[in-house]
Design a protein around this ligand. Structure first.
Ligand SMILES: *Cc1c(COP(=O)(O)O)cnc(C)c1O
Length: 419
């Protein structure tokens, strides 16, 4: 397999953009080598500019639940483009998408459409703070909620101590009100609430963590979060940017039967376009301007083209809810193949990670025991055999409805033969 054109493209891109990319994990830094520059994608396959075709388990990091370039989505987007790309004025499509989200996810009484998961989480937290008139939030170590200043915190072991940003350029004042707890650790959350009883606006959580590799919630953990936030009049925010419309139409909330006060969406909800959403109880969302006094806005928010892609995608999912059984089944087959090879596998529905550790992975600390060098080796074996998995240990493997049985079997065969 040759990557000459990708290498040339990367050399140019590297003179123009930091690391040659517009989002760091694309740069292949943790696995080595040159990122694939994609020419086109269709179904479960991506083709790079050298003409190599791969079975794709990245799926654009989550949006691609239907696979690439689903004809119905593409056709609707093409049609919408002709009518204009953006107006900065409302369209009926925004309400159509909002209604679809609400039908899938009844906890969303009102919502706002935004442009990225980062924006959705940042705005949800601002709403929660505005509603509760409290400053502190709790997030879990290893969970990612976008790159807004106050959320760029995951390391820093000190429970009950104040968080330190993972990134330079974030003044300490921005993270002072972010409290940290290890994922799946009820006692840590309990202690934080006891220490700051009337000061915690919200707990924000990935109901299935998928940004430290996939880490499922322990039985009872989400219910615990539901109960304790209620006890302390704090808001429970499910960050469903990955899990929303992926684990079920109603995301992790439906999958685990837990109703949060607010939720954030991204990835699938935009059908492959830059669109995200946050919402929740009406009385909370009514703190948002122009009804309330919490400001949040966006020039391209609710963009008609992105909204069209979201509407089509959700409609396809809603018409064919068996899709969730299908992707679950295919992912289970892959998980089984890895397990038979002796790897540690975490899987919830069509989200899966393979870890190179003997430990059970239940939080960030145990995820970090995975041997990332071994991961890099694994990544390149897969790539060399035409299988594209995320170029980082700490990302999920995504399975779409477009992954057909033949390609799943081909992948399993490569796992069995070469790993
Ligand atoms: C991807 C992701 C985000 C951020 O979304 P962007 O659209 O990349 O800004 C937030 N939360 C979770 C759980 C994510 O996986």
């Amino acid at each position: 397999m040759h990557f000459d054109y990708s290498q040339q493209a990367f050399a140019l891109a590297s003179t123009l953009m930091p690391g040659g990319v517009n989002s760091p994990v694309r740069a292949f830094q943790s696995v080595g080598g040159t990122p694939l520059f994609i020419n086109h994608a269709k179904g479960d396959k991506v083709t790079d500019i050298d003409g190599n075709t791969f079975i794709d388990y990245v799926c654009s990091w989550g949006p691609g639940i239907l696979g690439h370039a689903h004809p119905q989505v593409i056709q609707a987007v093409q049609k919408a483009c002709v009518d204009g790309l953006t107006f900065g004025a409302p369209t009926r499509k925004e309400s159509t998408l909002a209604q679809l989200v609400q039908q899938c996810y009844p906890a969303i009484e009102k919502l706002r459409l935004v442009n990225s998961g980062t924006e959705a989480c940042m705005s949800a937290i601002r709403a929660a703070r505005g509603y509760t008139h409290r400053d502190y939030i709790i997030k879990c170590i290893g969970c990612y909620h976008g790159h807004s200043d106050g959320l760029l915190v995951k390391a820093g072991s000190g429970l009950l101590t104040q968080a330190v940003a993972d990134s330079d350029g974030v003044p300490s004042g921005y993270t002072k009100t972010t409290l940290l707890a290890p994922y799946n650790d009820e006692k840590a959350i309990q202690q934080l609430f006891e220490t700051y009883p009337n000061q915690i606006a919200a707990v924000i959580i990935e109901p299935v963590a998928a940004n430290m590799g996939v880490v499922p919630p322990k039985p009872g953990y989400l219910q615990f979060l539901r109960d304790i936030t209620k006890t302390y009049d704090s808001i429970l925010i499910f960050d469903e940017v990955i899990t929303g419309f992926r684990l079920a139409l109603g995301g992790a909330s439906e999958y685990f039967g837990i109703t949060p006060d607010m939720a954030t969406f991204g990835k699938i909800v935009g059908g492959g376009m830059p669109l995200a959403a946050y919402g929740g109880k009406k009385e909370i969302m009514d703190v948002i301007s122009p009804v309330g006094s919490v400001y949040q806005a966006g020039t391209l928010s609710g963009n008609p083209i992105a909204t069209t892609a979201g509407i089509e995608t959700l409609q396809i999912l809603m018409k064919d809810p068996d899709i969730y059984d299908r992707i679950d089944y295919k992912t289970a087959q892959l998980a089984q193949a890895y397990k038979e090879k002796g790897y540690t596998v975490n899987r919830v529905g069509s989200l899966m990670s393979v870890f190179f550790t003997d430990q059970e992975v239940v939080d960030y600390a145990s995820a970090k025991t995975s041997d990332t060098q071994q991961f890099a080796h694994y990544f390149h074996i897969m790539l060399d055999h035409g299988i594209y998995v995320a170029p980082s240990q700490f990302e999920a493997m995504f399975i779409s409805d477009a992954h057909d049985q033949k390609d799943i079997e081909k992948t399993i065969q490569i796992i069995q033969t070469y790993l």
